[in-house]
Design a protein around this ligand. Structure first.
Ligand SMILES: NC(=O)c1ccc[n+]([C@@H]2O[C@H](COP(=O)([O-])OP(=O)(O)OC[C@H]3O[C@@H](n4cnc5c(N)ncnc54)[C@H](OP(=O)(O)O)[C@@H]3O)[C@@H](O)[C@H]2O)c1
Length: 241
């Protein structure tokens, strides 16, 4: 397997951490942006993990993001995995930052443009992590949870929609991953995958209730980083048990 250089945004916890762990174990060179690097240095023994570089910074800061995107002085990383997300405030049914993902993708795309203008070359594949309940081509969640998605999760969904649309129209190579409700704990359960083309609609359907953060992260690392399956290129992959 070819070793790759991968930039991570949002890997201090959750899905991103699951993807980061899998990529590190596979020997890929990983650069992780972290607002609080102590979160990752508490998880990984940095002396025994030479293929991990932690960069302190915010995913909305173009300078910090740019520091993560170079594999060398002149080349971009091979892959980018963004799993950032805000904290949900249940009392207000909103996020602590209602545009966290939209601003994240804008910053990432601007950073790539700026680096290329300065002579850095490359075409990294971008994975952006989103959620089910977003399809423009019909229901992609079980009937029982549809009201929860459309009412309670309205704010995060608007943010994810903006992120997805900006990425899809960027001209970059990408895959949007929409997960069903996230749970905790690594499992060996089978993951079902649906594929949607942003313009042409549903290719295959997978409707389910949940998937764990660890399993989702592992799926991203295996299917979109280690090998890049053509069927997911510039498409949306829905993952669920
Ligand atoms: N909850 C669900 O059921 C569900 C279902 C489908 C999809 N999703 C979405 O899937 C994604 C991953 O979920 P998760 O549970 O793995 O998320 P999570 O554990 O809350 O992790 C979010 C990550 O984003 C980082 N982050 C947020 N804003 C940032 C910023 N401005 N700069 C740098 N890092 C930033 C956080 O860093 P810090 O450690 O610094 O906070 C953390 O590493 C999220 O977008 C979530 O909305 C959620």
């Amino acid at each position: 397997m070819t070793q790759k250089t991968v930039a991570f945004f949002g890997a201090s916890t959750g899905v991103g951490l699951g993807a980061l762990k899998t990529c590190l174990a596979a020997g890929h060179s990983c650069i992780a942006l972290c607002r609080n690097p102590a979160k990752l240095s508490a998880i990984f023994d940095l002396e025994k993990t030479p293929n991990l570089t932690i960069v302190q910074g915010n995913a909305h800061d173009i300078a910090a993001v740019s520091r993560c995107l170079k594999a060398s002085e002149t080349t971009l990383v091979d892959a980018i995995v963004s799993t950032i997300g805000g904290a949900f405030i249940w009392s207000k049914m909103t996020l602590d930052d209602a545009h966290v993902c939209e601003k994240g993708i804008e910053t990432l795309l601007s950073a790539l443009t700026t680096l290329r203008k300065s002579g850095v070359v490359g075409r990294p594949h971008i994975t952006a992590f989103s959620t089910t309940g977003m399809s423009r081509f019909g229901r992609d969640t079980p009937v029982a949870v549809t009201p929860f998605y459309s009412i309670v999760l309205k704010v995060p969904h608007l943010d994810k929609r903006a992120m997805e649309d900006k990425l899809a129209s960027s001209g970059e190579e990408y895959t949007v991953v929409r997960a069903s409700l996230l749970t905790d704990g690594e499992t060996e359960r089978e993951i079902r995958v649906g594929i949607e083309d942003p313009a042409k609609g549903v290719e295959t359907k997978a409707i389910g209730y949940t998937i764990s953060r660890e399993d989702a992260g592992k799926w991203v690392a295996r299917n979109l980083v280690a090998r890049r399956e053509e069927r997911f290129l510039n498409k949306t992959a829905t993952i669920t048990y």
